[in-house]
Design a protein around this ligand. Structure first.
Ligand code: OAD
Length: 237
């Protein structure tokens, strides 16, 4: 691919899945109103009470199987079909809805609900291969405790090298449905802007990192994104 071709990076957060019926974290009624982050999303929380942590993620996994992608997810599939390798999709979401919508390549930087890995031998397994009746699913390989394949607070997100490379090389970064509260993802819009990219945000409310946003589309991702596909593709032609 010629290096002067225009490239798009998209970062999504919980807001893009809200219209599929999945709770966000920080909105009113969000997950972090009902659960303490340090209890269910940290290595120390898991060490203290693995049963509680597993209850939380099993419920989220089972819920993710029941919901469907929405027009916001499908708009991103359409963009990937047109741009191919000029498009990079990064998500903080662990629900797998981008893949289920048909996206081919997704950097799930905070992990995924549909897999777990062994705390002793690192064997990775699909959740469908584990006995979820157990309070703490065990490794089929070595019988140690499995843990959810989620990047918890204090852990390093996945694919950081690939994401940083794409950010440095993109002409447009679009962030969708994320509050801009959790780093390193919250810093992507600043990195891309300083590297010369145009930054677009689609969100219900102004995100915390609004200062780095060039173009703000206020509203629901599932309503706004389908109308943005064409102008966006034209601007990247
Ligand atoms: P948040 O809950 O922090 O933010 C969701 C954002 O989506 C808010 O700014 C909402 O205004 C917006 N929103 C809600 N519904 C929307 C819709 N239909 N269309 C567009 N925008 C909408 O979720 P994230 O920013 O994704 O990490 O949270 C980042 C990380 O914090 C998560 O990945 C998770 C959490 O702690 C871990 O669990 C490791």
């Amino acid at each position: 691919m010629a290096d002067n071709q225009k490239k798009l990076v998209v970062l999504t957060g919980a807001g893009i899945s809200a219209e599929s019926g999945i709770s966000t974290f920080r909105d009113s009624g969000g997950l972090w109103e009902k659960h303490r982050v340090e209890d269910v999303a940290s290595p120390s929380g898991f060490a203290r009470d693995p049963r509680l942590v597993w209850r939380f993620y099993k419920a989220r996994y089972l819920q993710s199987l029941e919901v469907e992608p929405n027009p916001g997810h499908y708009a991103l599939v359409q963009i990937e079909e047109q741009l191919g390798g000029r498009f990079t999709l990064v998500t903080q979401n662990v629900d797998g809805l981008h893949y289920r919508a048909g996206s081919q390549r997704v950097f799930e930087m905070h992990g995924r609900l549909r897999t777990a890995f062994c705390t002793a031998c690192n064997t990775k397994k699909d959740m469908s291969e584990l006995d979820l009746e157990l309070d703490i699913p065990i490794c089929p390989n070595c019988r140690a405790a499995m843990r959810p394949d989620i990047v918890w607070f204090g852990e390093i997100p996945y694919y950081m090298y690939e994401i940083e490379s794409a950010l440095k090389d993109c002409s447009v970064l679009m962030v969708i449905g994320t509050s801009g509260a959790v780093y390193p993802a919250a810093g992507f819009v600043m990195t891309a802007k300083y590297m010369g990219a145009r930054t677009i945000c689609v969100n219900l409310d102004r995100p915390d990192n609004m200062i780095f946003v060039d173009e703000f589309h206020k509203g629901k991702a599932g309503e706004i994104l389908p109308n943005l596909v064409e102008p966006l593709l034209n601007s990247l032609a």
